[in-house]
Design a protein around this ligand. Structure first.
Ligand code: GDP
Length: 194
Protein backbone atom coordinates (compact mmCIF):
# COMPACT_ATOMS: atom_id res chain seq x y z
CA UNK A 1 0.00 0.00 0.00
CA UNK A 2 1.49 3.32 -1.03
CA UNK A 3 0.53 6.16 1.29
CA UNK A 4 0.62 9.45 -0.56
CA UNK A 5 -1.11 11.61 1.99
CA UNK A 6 -1.76 11.24 5.70
CA UNK A 7 -3.09 14.16 7.69
CA UNK A 8 -4.67 14.69 11.05
CA UNK A 9 -8.31 15.73 10.59
CA UNK A 10 -9.28 16.40 14.18
CA UNK A 11 -8.66 15.44 17.78
CA UNK A 12 -12.27 14.92 18.79
CA UNK A 13 -13.25 15.30 22.42
CA UNK A 14 -16.89 14.44 21.75
CA UNK A 15 -19.25 13.07 19.14
CA UNK A 16 -20.15 16.38 17.61
CA UNK A 17 -16.53 16.82 16.55
CA UNK A 18 -16.30 13.53 14.63
CA UNK A 19 -15.73 14.10 10.91
CA UNK A 20 -18.98 13.87 8.97
CA UNK A 21 -17.40 12.31 5.84
CA UNK A 22 -18.91 8.92 5.08
CA UNK A 23 -15.59 7.23 4.40
CA UNK A 24 -14.56 3.93 6.00
CA UNK A 25 -12.77 3.94 9.33
CA UNK A 26 -10.30 1.65 11.05
CA UNK A 27 -9.92 2.22 14.80
CA UNK A 28 -6.69 1.44 16.65
CA UNK A 29 -6.84 0.47 20.29
CA UNK A 30 -4.38 -0.79 22.84
CA UNK A 31 -3.00 -0.21 26.26
CA UNK A 32 -0.78 2.82 26.77
CA UNK A 33 2.79 2.35 25.61
CA UNK A 34 2.04 -0.87 23.73
CA UNK A 35 3.31 0.63 20.46
CA UNK A 36 0.10 1.92 18.89
CA UNK A 37 1.54 5.20 17.59
CA UNK A 38 4.59 3.37 16.27
CA UNK A 39 2.26 0.95 14.43
CA UNK A 40 0.36 3.82 12.78
CA UNK A 41 3.52 5.73 11.93
CA UNK A 42 5.15 2.64 10.42
CA UNK A 43 2.12 1.91 8.25
CA UNK A 44 1.90 5.44 6.92
CA UNK A 45 5.67 5.86 6.77
CA UNK A 46 5.80 8.98 8.90
CA UNK A 47 8.17 9.41 11.78
CA UNK A 48 5.80 11.27 13.98
CA UNK A 49 2.29 11.89 12.73
CA UNK A 50 0.71 9.90 15.51
CA UNK A 51 2.22 10.95 18.81
CA UNK A 52 4.37 8.33 20.46
CA UNK A 53 4.49 7.68 24.19
CA UNK A 54 1.62 9.95 25.10
CA UNK A 55 1.53 10.59 28.81
CA UNK A 56 -1.45 10.08 31.11
CA UNK A 57 -3.38 13.02 32.39
CA UNK A 58 -3.54 14.76 29.04
CA UNK A 59 -6.85 15.38 27.34
CA UNK A 60 -8.36 12.19 26.05
CA UNK A 61 -9.36 12.50 22.44
CA UNK A 62 -10.13 10.35 19.45
CA UNK A 63 -7.62 11.37 16.80
CA UNK A 64 -8.87 11.05 13.23
CA UNK A 65 -6.28 10.77 10.46
CA UNK A 66 -7.22 10.74 6.79
CA UNK A 67 -5.16 8.46 4.59
CA UNK A 68 -4.94 9.00 0.82
CA UNK A 69 -8.27 10.87 1.03
CA UNK A 70 -9.73 7.38 1.19
CA UNK A 71 -10.26 6.30 4.78
CA UNK A 72 -9.72 7.30 8.40
CA UNK A 73 -7.47 5.81 11.01
CA UNK A 74 -8.98 6.56 14.40
CA UNK A 75 -6.44 6.55 17.20
CA UNK A 76 -8.26 5.59 20.39
CA UNK A 77 -6.71 6.79 23.66
CA UNK A 78 -4.61 4.10 25.33
CA UNK A 79 -5.97 2.30 28.37
CA UNK A 80 -4.33 0.69 31.34
CA UNK A 81 -2.64 3.48 33.22
CA UNK A 82 -2.76 2.55 36.88
CA UNK A 83 -2.71 6.14 37.96
CA UNK A 84 -5.68 7.69 36.19
CA UNK A 85 -8.52 8.87 38.40
CA UNK A 86 -11.96 7.29 38.53
CA UNK A 87 -13.41 10.34 36.80
CA UNK A 88 -10.93 10.02 33.94
CA UNK A 89 -11.60 6.32 33.63
CA UNK A 90 -15.35 6.94 33.49
CA UNK A 91 -14.85 9.60 30.82
CA UNK A 92 -12.76 7.17 28.80
CA UNK A 93 -15.54 4.56 29.04
CA UNK A 94 -18.20 7.02 27.91
CA UNK A 95 -16.05 8.00 24.97
CA UNK A 96 -15.62 4.37 23.95
CA UNK A 97 -19.34 3.67 24.17
CA UNK A 98 -20.22 6.77 22.23
CA UNK A 99 -17.86 5.92 19.40
CA UNK A 100 -18.01 2.13 19.14
CA UNK A 101 -21.73 1.69 19.65
CA UNK A 102 -22.81 4.21 17.03
CA UNK A 103 -20.17 4.90 14.43
CA UNK A 104 -21.51 3.58 11.15
CA UNK A 105 -18.32 4.21 9.20
CA UNK A 106 -16.32 1.91 11.49
CA UNK A 107 -15.25 -1.19 9.56
CA UNK A 108 -12.83 -2.81 11.98
CA UNK A 109 -10.62 -2.25 15.00
CA UNK A 110 -6.98 -3.17 15.21
CA UNK A 111 -6.34 -4.23 18.79
CA UNK A 112 -2.64 -3.85 19.46
CA UNK A 113 -1.01 -6.14 22.03
CA UNK A 114 2.60 -6.78 23.01
CA UNK A 115 3.81 -10.13 21.65
CA UNK A 116 6.12 -10.54 24.66
CA UNK A 117 3.36 -10.57 27.26
CA UNK A 118 0.16 -12.34 28.16
CA UNK A 119 -2.71 -9.93 27.34
CA UNK A 120 -3.79 -7.96 30.41
CA UNK A 121 -7.31 -8.02 31.87
CA UNK A 122 -7.86 -4.70 30.15
CA UNK A 123 -6.81 -6.14 26.78
CA UNK A 124 -9.34 -8.93 27.31
CA UNK A 125 -12.01 -6.41 28.28
CA UNK A 126 -11.33 -4.36 25.17
CA UNK A 127 -11.57 -7.47 22.99
CA UNK A 128 -14.82 -8.53 24.68
CA UNK A 129 -16.18 -5.00 24.36
CA UNK A 130 -15.62 -5.03 20.58
CA UNK A 131 -17.16 -8.48 20.30
CA UNK A 132 -20.12 -7.31 22.37
CA UNK A 133 -20.84 -4.68 19.72
CA UNK A 134 -20.25 -7.32 17.02
CA UNK A 135 -17.45 -5.30 15.51
CA UNK A 136 -14.74 -6.91 13.37
CA UNK A 137 -11.37 -7.12 15.11
CA UNK A 138 -7.84 -7.72 13.89
CA UNK A 139 -5.17 -8.45 16.48
CA UNK A 140 -1.75 -6.91 15.96
CA UNK A 141 0.94 -8.44 18.17
CA UNK A 142 3.71 -5.88 18.08
CA UNK A 143 7.36 -5.69 19.19
CA UNK A 144 8.02 -8.94 17.34
CA UNK A 145 11.70 -7.97 17.08
CA UNK A 146 11.98 -8.24 20.87
CA UNK A 147 11.48 -12.01 21.04
CA UNK A 148 13.43 -14.91 19.64
CA UNK A 149 12.00 -16.62 16.59
CA UNK A 150 11.77 -19.83 18.60
CA UNK A 151 9.34 -18.15 21.04
CA UNK A 152 6.97 -16.72 18.46
CA UNK A 153 4.53 -19.63 18.18
CA UNK A 154 4.29 -20.03 21.94
CA UNK A 155 3.54 -16.33 22.43
CA UNK A 156 0.97 -16.30 19.63
CA UNK A 157 -0.79 -19.26 21.25
CA UNK A 158 -0.73 -17.58 24.65
CA UNK A 159 -2.28 -14.39 23.25
CA UNK A 160 -4.99 -16.24 21.33
CA UNK A 161 -5.87 -18.38 24.32
CA UNK A 162 -5.91 -15.56 26.84
CA UNK A 163 -8.13 -13.39 24.68
CA UNK A 164 -10.22 -16.44 23.78
CA UNK A 165 -9.88 -15.14 20.30
CA UNK A 166 -12.15 -16.22 17.47
CA UNK A 167 -10.08 -18.24 15.01
CA UNK A 168 -11.42 -16.20 12.10
CA UNK A 169 -10.07 -12.92 13.44
CA UNK A 170 -6.95 -11.88 11.57
CA UNK A 171 -3.78 -12.12 13.70
CA UNK A 172 -0.73 -10.16 12.63
CA UNK A 173 2.69 -10.44 14.25
CA UNK A 174 4.30 -7.04 13.71
CA UNK A 175 7.39 -4.97 14.36
CA UNK A 176 7.58 -1.22 13.99
CA UNK A 177 11.33 -1.65 14.23
CA UNK A 178 11.85 -4.02 11.29
CA UNK A 179 8.60 -3.47 9.38
CA UNK A 180 7.78 -7.16 9.61
CA UNK A 181 4.03 -7.71 9.27
CA UNK A 182 3.44 -4.38 7.57
CA UNK A 183 2.26 -5.88 4.28
CA UNK A 184 -0.02 -8.33 6.07
CA UNK A 185 -1.48 -5.48 8.13
CA UNK A 186 -2.19 -3.43 5.04
CA UNK A 187 -3.74 -6.40 3.22
CA UNK A 188 -6.09 -6.98 6.14
CA UNK A 189 -7.00 -3.30 6.48
CA UNK A 190 -7.69 -2.98 2.75
CA UNK A 191 -9.99 -5.98 2.88
CA UNK A 192 -11.96 -4.34 5.69
CA UNK A 193 -12.32 -0.99 3.94
CA UNK A 194 -13.05 -2.07 0.40
P1 GDP B 1 1.76 3.98 22.35
O1 GDP B 1 1.72 4.66 23.69
O2 GDP B 1 0.95 2.74 22.34
O3 GDP B 1 1.44 4.89 21.21
O4 GDP B 1 3.26 3.45 22.19
P2 GDP B 1 4.48 4.02 21.33
O5 GDP B 1 4.26 3.83 19.88
O6 GDP B 1 4.80 5.39 21.80
O7 GDP B 1 5.65 2.99 21.78
C1 GDP B 1 6.07 2.87 23.11
C2 GDP B 1 7.55 2.49 23.13
O8 GDP B 1 7.76 1.23 22.52
C3 GDP B 1 8.43 3.48 22.34
O9 GDP B 1 9.64 3.63 23.02
C4 GDP B 1 8.64 2.77 21.01
O10 GDP B 1 9.84 3.13 20.38
C5 GDP B 1 8.65 1.31 21.42
N1 GDP B 1 8.14 0.42 20.33
C6 GDP B 1 6.95 0.50 19.73
N2 GDP B 1 6.82 -0.49 18.80
C7 GDP B 1 7.97 -1.19 18.82
C8 GDP B 1 8.46 -2.33 18.09
O11 GDP B 1 7.79 -2.93 17.24
N3 GDP B 1 9.71 -2.80 18.43
C9 GDP B 1 10.48 -2.19 19.38
N4 GDP B 1 11.69 -2.72 19.63
N5 GDP B 1 10.06 -1.11 20.07
C10 GDP B 1 8.82 -0.62 19.81
Amino acid sequence: MKVNTAEIVISAASKKQYPSALIPEIALAGRSNVGKSSFINKLIQRKNLARTSSRPGKTQTLNFYIINDQFHFVDVPGYGYAKVSKTERAKWGEMMDEYFSEREQLRATALIVDIRHEPTDEDCMMYDFLKHYELPVMIVATKLDKIKKSQQQKQIRLIKETLQMDEEDPFIPFSAETGEGKEAAWRTILEFIR
